[in-house]
Design a binder for this molecule. Structure first.
Ligand code: NHX
Ligand code: ZN
Length: 691
């Protein structure tokens, strides 16, 4: 795609051509300095070391004329053009000074000298300002020169930071929009809907926008107005930018791309002027699309609380944006797309009809969409027959398009590191593990007793999740340090649309199983459970305060999806309710912990066997658990899938998501603790602290 930076007039073309080189300026300045110093003032002049001697010369009548420089307390004099005078003043080598016959001397003060002059009644005296060129230069030209130099320096530095010379940076371009223009032309790099895998629903909605751009008459003839903007809402990495680009590609119109944070600058008023500039440029190019990424940077709802988090500059920018969106006629052919991952925090004025009145939700891909996305990203990668796209799609629940791209790239790198000529299935599995769990840290020094603690902890998770029907299906357990964790139980979460209470409770129980196992079998508990406990606590509070799932506070939800609660820091419930919430959350956790202990005691033998095996093998898979505990009496959705596809054997080394990291519970996506209403708001889940 042809990619131009806008406002090239000010920018230097490509950084080439006759370049303004800084060292040249330095050179010139140094030359000027030396020049004035040596040549401006250097007529051969004899310095008379003592003032009385000079006075004597005057009194003896050797001096023809005198120039006084009161500021410097200095005097310059011309000696009489006669041999005796010359010899008296200059001594034997008077020939050196013969041309100008000048002497100079320091005087105590101008007043004293004047006194002396009038005493001896000397006539040829002139008073002069300092005529030292060097000082003159120093006082008048140099400051300006330095200033200019500073400016030049700053500009160059700024444009350097903005990615090379010729970029739109620099302080002279401060009020210009930094939008990038992707123009039509170069059809080879054009993004079209074919390049967007998955996102079927969003694509359908956005196709309408393409229709508006291509054929506005069809809609306006019947009296309808073309919408001005659409908001793409969805989690990071789901392809909002790609979708916007595809709209431009399909409609074959210019595409201005800009990030919301580009409006924000340290100078006051810059954001607003950038918005103006952007719209001016867009109107010139209409029909076209303006895409503002991460619009929450400017579009956050304006604070009602004036002293808290209010940001005048940002608000001015937002106001300008609102005005501009109102300003251009709806038929001018400029459509604004904006992306955000949180529509709820945006200012309500932005979402009003006539502005971003349509919201297009871009969700995480489901298993079929992941398959399509994999197919796109696998295109450039050399794979062999072990790689099965269906399998990969199944192993990556909760991954976004960007994550999948990352998996493919990482897999290729892993295979290359191993010196393979093809990327194999195992490389993809390793890549998934790496992205989910972080880097493997085999070199971490772990003592035998620590290792035992880790093994017993992880075996606790494994045992309980094996025994509970609604817990996430376990794939493997490892005691190899990875990322921040020393060990992990890896699950393959079901992609539920709805989570029932039993699921939450069983998962909490399994999560508490680690700590419980440490307590029961090792008689000591460790700080390592911090991550487990944090998640359990948050879930418990969410159950009570958001999902209305407790006995004391049934069917009450203090979740605020509107995001514009007036009660900034105050809770929407009384202190009594707060205490109840605390008590209920505590109850739920305590109950599940008790349950975990009970299950572990029941299956102590199996658990210990598992832990010992884990100590030896370091990695244990689901069928090892099956050997110890026997088959699970219920088929998980996961098993169902395997049965359906008839490739159960492939699951052996399936990677999955470790307890703790990506928990990909799409079910609770809407109101999970992972998507808390507002980060600034104090919610019950904010209470637990890190130890
Ligand atoms: C430490 N790490 O911080 C050491 C290095 C109880 C055997 N001194 O519960 O590794 O103690 O079931 C994401 C995921 C911190 C973020 C896990 C942040 C773990 C992990 C603390 C196993 N597995 N704890 C677990 C663990 C630790 C921690 C995390 C995280 C342990 C436990 C970490
Ligand atoms: Zn744990």
């Amino acid at each position: 795609m042809e990619q131009k930076k806008i406002q090239t007039p000010q920018a230097k073309p490509g950084g080439k051509g006759p370049k303004f080189n800084l060292s040249w300026i330095y050179g010139i300045i140094v030359l000027i300095l030396f020049g004035t110093y040596f040549f401006g003032d250097r007529v051969p002049m004899k310095e008379i070391p003592s003032y009385p001697v000079f006075k004597q010369f005057v009194m003896d009548g050797h001096i023809a004329s005198i120039e006084v420089f009161p500021q410097k307390n200095q005097v310059e004099a011309v000696v009489k053009d006669s041999m005796p005078s010359m010899k008296a003043v200059f001594g034997d080598n008077y020939e050196t000074y013969a041309k100008e016959r000048k002497v100079t001397v320091k005087i105590p003060s101008a007043d004293k000298f004047e006194e002396f002059i009038s005493e001896v009644k000397f006539q040829q005296v002139a008073y002069k300002e300092s005529k030292n060129y060097f000082e003159l230069f120093l006082y008048s030209v140099l400051p300006f020169l330095l200033l200019i130099l500073f400016f030049v320096f700053m500009t160059r530095r700024m444009s350097g930071q903005m990615g090379g010379s010729g970029g739109p940076g620099g302080i002279f371009n401060v009020g210009k929009s930094k939008a990038q223009l992707f123009d039509k032309g170069n059809a080879a790099n054009r993004v079209t809907f074919k390049d967007v895998a998955g996102l079927a629903g969003a694509k359908q909605e956005i196709e309408e926008i393409v229709a508006f751009l291509k054929n506005p008459g069809k809609y306006t003839e019947l009296g309808g107005k073309i919408p001005k903007g659409a908001l793409l809402v969805g989690p990071p990495g789901t392809g909002k930018t790609l979708l916007a680009k595809a709209v431009a590609g399909e409609a074959d119109v210019p595409f201005f791309s800009m990030s919301g944070s580009d409006f924000v600058e340290m100078f006051v008023g810059v954001g607003a002027s950038r918005v103006r500039d952007l719209f001016r440029q867009a109107k010139e190019k209409a029909p076209c699309i303006i895409f503002i990424d991460e619009i929450d940077a400017v579009g956050r709802s304006r604070g009602k609380n004036p002293n808290m988090g209010s940001n005048d500059e940002r608000e001015n920018t937002l106001n300008q944006l609102l005005t501009e969106m109102d300003g251009f006629g709806s038929n001018s052919g400029v459509i604004i797309l904006a992306a955000t991952n949180r529509a709820d925090i945006l200012d309500k004025a932005l979402l009003r009809a006539g502005r971003f009145d349509r919201q297009i939700h871009v969700d995480l891909p489901d298993i079929h969409e992941r398959k399509q996305i994999f197919n796109v990203h696998l295109r450039p990668i050399k794979i062999n027959e072990t790689v099965d796209v269906n399998f990969l799609a199944k192993q990556t629940p909760g991954f976004s398009g960007a994550d999948i791209a990352n998996v493919c790239n990482e897999a290729a790198l892993i295979a290359a590191r191993k010196g393979k000529s093809f990327v194999e299935k195992q490389d993809f599995l390793d890549a998934v593990d790496r992205i989910v769990g972080g880097l493997e840290k085999k070199t971490k020094i772990i003592t035998q007793s620590e290792k035992k603690s880790i093994a017993y902890h992880e075996a606790g998770h494994a045992t309980i999740s094996w025994m509970l029907e609604h817990a996430n299906p376990l794939v493997k357990v490892t005691i190899v340090p990875r990322g921040e964790a020393l060990g992990a139980a890896w699950y393959l979460p079901e992609e539920r649309q709805l989570t029932v209470k039993e699921h939450i409770l069983d998962e909490m129980c399994a999560t508490l199983g680690g700590r419980a196992a440490e307590e029961i079998f090792l008689n000591q508990i460790s700080t390592g459970a911090i991550n487990d406990l944090e998640r359990v606590t948050k879930r418990a509070y969410a159950m009570v305060a958001y999902f209305g799932m407790s006995e004391q506070l049934p069917n009450l939800s203090y979740y605020d999806s509107s995001g514009n609660s007036d009660y900034g820091f105050t809770k929407p419930y009384s202190e009594k309710t707060a205490e109840l919430i605390d008590a209920e959350a505590k109850n739920i956790v305590a109950e599940q912990y008790k349950r975990a202990r009970k299950i572990l005691k029941q299956h102590a033998e199996g658990h210990n066997k598992l832990a010992e095996l884990l100590l030896v093998r370091e990695v244990i898979f689901a069928e090892d658990l099956e050997e110890i505990f026997g088959k699970r009496p219920w088929a998980s959705r996961h098993d169902e899938l395997i049965l359906q596809n008839g490739n159960g054997s492939e699951e052996e080394d399936a990677p999955a998501l470790p307890v703790g990291e990506v928990v990909v519970d799409s079910s609770a996506e809407v109101m999970d603790e992972t998507t808390t209403p507002d980060s600034e708001k104090k919610t019950p889940e904010d209470t637990p602290e890190k130890a």
